[in-house]
Design a protein around this ligand. Structure first.
Ligand code: 3H9
Length: 686
């Protein structure tokens, strides 16, 4: 039984009991509908509805979305509660999301616990509320708030819910308070469905549509949610519900919802592998070496997760810089209302910056986030080894360097693991956990445990140049530079990728991070680069011109006055010049050509990464590309997108490109194998 009922004199208690998050599957829906009939039969004076455990209800069971809808349908259950002559009170003991919030809104009264949240996040799963949410929420909180909550999908806390009029009270024990509500008072509350809809204010709707076009213009669900809300403003309640339902059912089977659900479950499945034979090391005190942007970002993330952090720098200036960097992050978090003053102080109290490695003596984990140099990093490991316990874990945040080479400098290389954070480290969700040839299960388990503590999504990667994400990125940039040199411009390339769904194109994003990083990498790779592989020299010319990106006021674009980007004809000319020197005739690429080339290059590289077991699954690559590199989430990640195109079609396109340049477009054996046997990349396990 996923819904339990009991009555005490004339009060009914109904509890949703469907661990882990009280998702509303078929049995919950049936249980709730039965409870409506039960309460009516007993002629109870009220029903108090709560959820077992720490949630009220997390919404419809998204695992059922791939199946044909099973009766009873949620809108019918919600209507039955709203229209029952027995008034229901939602005792919102924990998060009430999606269908959970829709049930609560159908109750005559809502009492919420202080730490609970309520919201309609359906658009984040590519659908709209499908059980009356688009009709009941505007009736309860007004048009402006309802449009905001539904089209962005962000849940709100108890105080905001009270201020919006979505709940009647905040109480530590909502169930006990619901019992205390005066029966007469309860009887006077009008059922939600009978409340009048807000006025049809065209200007408010227009504002919501333009905000939605700015923030999520590729996504269908937010736009369709606004449509459903707008239609409900002029239709009777029961005529508006089927409009909402039809849209919900249509979106549920659409490609965007499938992709977003894929990402939702992929991120939840990203946990420590079940083959790890050793437990994680318990961490209280953690050392970070290097107080630049990355090091302090990591330090703040650790502080935020409750650890004590010592940051080690090389000299006093470094210490001062680290202290300033950290203070800035704390200040920004406080100003944005993410932490209280007391929490800000607490983070400061747990932080120390020093030049003294002896301060690491009781730490069981050190994360080095120093300059990308094998020499620098091995020196740091050697020093840490001298001061830290012999079984402490030594982690490197390197983005490219060979972890096995780094591990060779310590007596016990099994202690060494890669923990590759993404900047800004306290915000970005992705953590690549890199396994060296000798990395112990304990070091890996510690990495996964830390990711959980930091609420990051961990992905296991093997050792290669760039691991999963940066290796794909390198190929993406190479394909972009080739297109640029052979006939395009950086802004055409960027526009094509933004149109595909990236928040920004490869050139604008490189301007943000700085062209010098990729330059240092190219120099590092000079010795091992295949001499027969085509090399595009334009990025090197940019370095010669001192165009290093935003920080120098100019990169691929110019940034006059440090502000918005402007196309730079000098940069466009570099491609003409280089093509001329190389004796190449430039061609005109249409946006679809540009997009295809960049995406195919990434897919081919990602297939190799999977084939070489650098990544464990296509799903992991999807997580990396979405959470670390801006691949549009609503396309479900690079591999999910590749499977949606079909591997056979991809191979056919790559064969055409391979005629142009057989080395750059050498087709991955995995793609060939999948094309041959008709399997998908998602099917493949390394
Ligand atoms: C909807 O309601 C449509 C209706 O309007 C209309 C219907 C007609 N379904 O995230 P966690 C699982 S659409 C199925 O790790 P946390 C999750 O996979 C829905 N399963 O925990 C994981 O499983 P496992 C609108 C779900 O503490 C486990 O629960 N609702 C669902 O970090 C723990 O999850 C939403 O979009 C679900 N709906 O966060 C809310 N939700 O252990 C989506 C979770 O096997 N959920 N699971 O890996 C969330 O935002 C978070 O899960 C929540 C907990 C905040 C609840």
């Amino acid at each position: 039984m996923n819904v339990t009922t009991r009555s005490e004199s004339d009060v009914g208690y109904v509890e949703i009991d469907n661990a882990p998050v009280n998702a509303i599957g078929q049995s919950v829906r049936q249980g709730l509908l039965d409870a409506v009939h039960w309460a009516e039969k007993l002629r109870l004076t009220r029903v108090i509805l709560s959820g077992k455990g720490w949630t009220f209800a997390a919404g419809a069971d998204a695992r059922e979305f791939d199946l044909a809808p099973l009766e009873p349908h949620l809108p019918d259950v919600v209507n039955a509660i709203d229209e029952s002559f027995v008034p229901w009170i939602a005792a919102i003991n924990g998060v009430a999301l999606g269908g959970g919030a829709e049930i609560a809104m159908a109750c005559r009264m809502r009492i919420i616990a202080p730490a609970a949240q309520i919201g309609l996040p359906e658009v984040t799963l590519g659908v709209i509320p499908g059980a009356g949410g688009t009709q009941r929420l505007p009736r309860l909180v007004g048009l402006v708030k309802a449009l905001e909550m539904i089209s962005f999908g962000k849940p709100i806390g108890a105080q905001a819910a009270l201020a919006a009029g979505l709940v009647h009270a905040i109480e530590d024990d909502p169930v006990a308070e619901a019992f205390m509500v005066n029966t007469e008072e309860l009887g006077c509350i009008v059922p939600t469905w009978e409340l009048p809809a807000p006025d049809h204010d065209q200007s408010v709707i227009a504002l919501a549509r333009s905000a939605c076009a700015r923030k999520s213009h590729h996504q269908e669900a937010p736009r369709r949610a606004i449509d459903a809300i707008e239609q409900g403003l002029t239709l009777p309640f029961h005529a508006a519900l089927p409009v909402e339902r039809v849209t919900f059912l249509e979106l549920k089977t659409g490609s965007q919802s499938r992709a977003l659900r894929h990402m939702f479950f992929a991120e939840r499945a990203a946990k420590a592998p079940n083959w790890l034979s050793q437990p994680a090391v318990q961490l209280d005190h953690i050392v970070v070496v290097g107080g630049g942007t990355m090091g302090t970002g990591i330090a703040y993330a650790l502080l935020h997760a409750g650890a004590r952090v010592t940051l080690i720098e090389t000299d006093r200036d470094g210490v001062t810089r680290a202290l300033n960097n950290l203070a800035q992050i704390i200040e920004a978090s406080f100003t944005r209302g993410l932490i209280t003053e007391a929490e800000a102080q607490d983070r400061q109290n747990r932080f120390a910056a020093t030049t003294d490695y002896a301060q690491a003596s009781d730490a069981m984990l050190a994360i080095e986030a120093a300059f990308e140099s094998m020499e620098v990093k091995t020196q740091i490991f050697t020093r840490l080894e001298a001061f830290m316990p012999t079984d402490a874990i030594l982690a490197t945040n390197t983005s490219y360097l060979n972890i096995d080479e780094m591990a060779a400098c310590v007596a016990d290389p099994s202690r060494v693991v890669g923990l590759h954070f993404f900047a800004p480290a306290h915000i970005m969700k992705l953590l690549e956990i890199v396994r060296g040839a000798k990395t112990s299960d304990q070091a890996l388990a510690t990495g996964f445990d830390l990711a959980k503590r930091l609420r990051k999504v961990p992905v296991l990667a093997g050792v290669c140049d760039g691991f999963i994400g940066n290796r794909i990125l390198a190929r993406y940039r190479e394909a972009a530079d080739t297109v640029f040199m052979d006939g395009s411009t950086p802004w055409e390339v960027d526009e094509a990728m933004v149109e595909f769904g990236y928040p920004m194109g490869p050139y604008e994003s490189q301007d943000l991070s700085g062209l010098d990083i990729a330059h240092a990498n190219r120099r590092r790779q000079d010795a091992t680069r295949d001499p027969n592989r085509r090399y595009i020299p334009i990025a090197d010319r940019m370095i010669e011109l001192g165009k290093l990106g935003r920080k120098t006021g100019a990169g691929w674009y110019r940034y006059p006055g440090g502000k918005g980007k402007v196309e730079d004809p000098i940069v466009a000319d570099l491609a003409n010049e280089e093509a001329h020197f190389a004796g190449r005739t430039r061609t005109d690429y249409v946006p679809a050509d540009i997009r295809n080339r960049l995406l195919l290059a990434m897919i081919n590289e990602a297939a190799n990464i999977l084939y070489e077991a650098i990544a464990q699954s296509a799903r992991d690559i999807d997580i990396v590309t979405v959470s670390g590199y801006g691949f549009p989430r609503w396309r479900g990640g690079l591999m999910q997108y590749a499977d949606s195109l079909g591997v056979q079609a991809i191979v056919r396109e790559l064969e055409v490109l391979a005629k142009e340049d057989p080395i750059a477009w050498q087709i991955s054996p995995l793609l060939r194998a999948c094309a041959k046997d008709g399997s998908t990349l998602a099917d493949y396990t390394a």
